[in-house]
Ligand binder design. Structure first.
Ligand code: F0G
Length: 421
């Protein structure tokens, strides 16, 4: 099977353009990358981008910082950029000590230009859209993808259309899409319904789809994994044992796995050095966890999903066929956390000065829960991914944090109020 960690380096097919092509992840059927617009294979399976030359760590040396540092692992040298990537790998000593692990770093993807990891995918995706010469860009979104698409579309001088589940998108994200001038459609349905519709529009040639079903988006998101490996190695002289990440559509899980698989194929990384990919979902939207726990080869769609972590309120993770092998092949796992566990983790991170939106805190909630069940060892080096910035969801931040207090407009009133008088 082509998604095994030990899969052989593929032969270059005649469809390749400059050593890049698309392949059906199940059948291996190959397609030209930029001649026609396609998101899935003729058999309706997921596609992935393949390369004649696979990257090594040496290829990245001296190539600057951010996503395009890793152009040796990408289909182009550069793209429509703001720029993105190069996000911090924070220490979080109190969370590390409470969890009782050897080391813990927080990769804060909320520090990207629009405040989430989606920017890494969009810089590549919008570059590809330009290559294809398409007119209107579109996505379904729980919010962050729409914010990133709106900003990168604006930067690329292209029209954008976003479909959002009405009433279920955090305020900061809609504000971004609005100001960057996306056309915003609030759909009477959940994210999965929005994605069904936008896929239909794409099939009819009305829009160019930039959800993570688009294999080029995931290429940009691979750079999260590449940055983690490089930075962690620089500091510790070894790679992390495990990467814990929130899962919605399972795009990141798929992208990180692909990054590691390509490094293994190039000989830059040994299979036993690949971090264990560990996915965390909200208990009210956990089809991936269900599939991992039951050992299923695919997920079953959840029609009713609910969680305060609206970014991952998803019942039909379209990238599951790529992500499930990633979790299994790396020896990882998946776990569901409750909304209250997410809020506690959001506060824990905030106490370290790291401000994240609820979905992001799921990774830290998952770490605590897995350690509590001894499913993570105390000698592990862990990286938790936090995917979006605190300001994305101001309403949940207010609910999780303390309340402002009213006070009179003079120093005495303030002193009295704080009990200093
Ligand atoms: N965290 C945040 C903050 C997200 O916005 C998302 C996905 C995820 C995690 C899940 O990532 O899909 O790669 O497993 N948000 C999408 C959106 C669905 O529309 O913004 P995944």
């Amino acid at each position: 099977m082509s998604l095994e960690l030990s899969a052989a380096t593929p032969d270059i097919p005649p469809e390749a353009t400059d050593g890049v092509w698309l392949a059906d992840i199940k059948t291996g059927e190959t397609y030209a990358p930029f001649e026609e617009i396609r998101y899935t294979s003729d058999e309706d399976n997921l596609l992935e981008v393949r390369y004649a030359d696979l990257p090594t760590f040496e290829d990245f040396q001296g190539q600057g910082r951010g996503v395009w540092r890793y152009h040796a692992a990408l289909p182009f040298e550069t793209g429509v950029t703001l720029p993105e990537g190069d996000t911090p790998l924070h220490r979080a000593p109190s969370i590390r000590d409470a969890a009782g692990v050897r080391s813990l770093r927080i990769k804060h993807e909320g520090m990207n230009p629009t405040g989430s990891f989606k920017d890494r995918g969009m810089t590549v995706g919008v570059r590809v859209a330009k290559e294809l010469g398409v007119g209107r860009l579109a996505c379904a979104s729980t919010g962050n993808t729409s914010a990133a698409l709106a900003a990168y579309g604006a930067r690329g001088g292209m029209q954008t259309l976003v479909l959002l589940p009405a009433g279920k998108v955090a305020a900061g994200k809609i504000a971004q899409a609005a100001l960057h001038d996306a056309r915003i459609l609030e759909v009477d349905g959940n994210f999965d319904d929005c994605l069904d519709i936008v896929q239909d529009l794409a099939r009819r040639g009305e829009v160019y789809l930039l959800n993570s079903l688009n294999p080029f988006r995931l290429e940009g998101q691979k750079t999260i994994g590449l940055e983690i490996l490089e930075r962690f190695y620089e500091e510790y002289g070894r790679f992390p044992d495990r990467i814990i990440l929130p899962v919605g559509n399972a795009g990141n899980t798929s992208a990180l796995y692909k990054a590691f698989r390509e490094l293994v194929q190039s000989g830059a990384l040994r299979p036993d050095e690949v971090p264990k990919l560990t996915g965390v979902q909200a208990a009210g939207a956990a089809p991936m966890v269900e599939a991992v726990e039951h050992g299923w080869s695919g997920i079953e769609r959840w029609d009713d999903v609910e969680t305060r972590a609206t970014a991952i309120r998803i019942g039909n993770p379209v990238n599951a066929p790529k992500a499930l092998p990633g979790i299994r092949e790396t020896g990882g796992t998946a776990i569901a956390v409750t909304d209250d566990e997410i809020t506690v983790a959001q506060r824990d991170l905030a106490r370290e000065g790291i401000g994240v939106e609820p979905a992001s805190a799921a990774s830290v909630a998952g770490l605590k829960k897995l350690r509590g069940r001894s499913r993570i060892d105390s000698d592990e080096d862990i990286v938790c991914l936090t995917t979006g910035h605190l300001l994305k969801d101001p309403d949940e931040a207010f609910k999780a944090g303390g309340n402002p207090e009213s006070v009179g407009g003079d120093t005495d009133a303030v002193l009295e109020h704080i009990g200093a008088k």
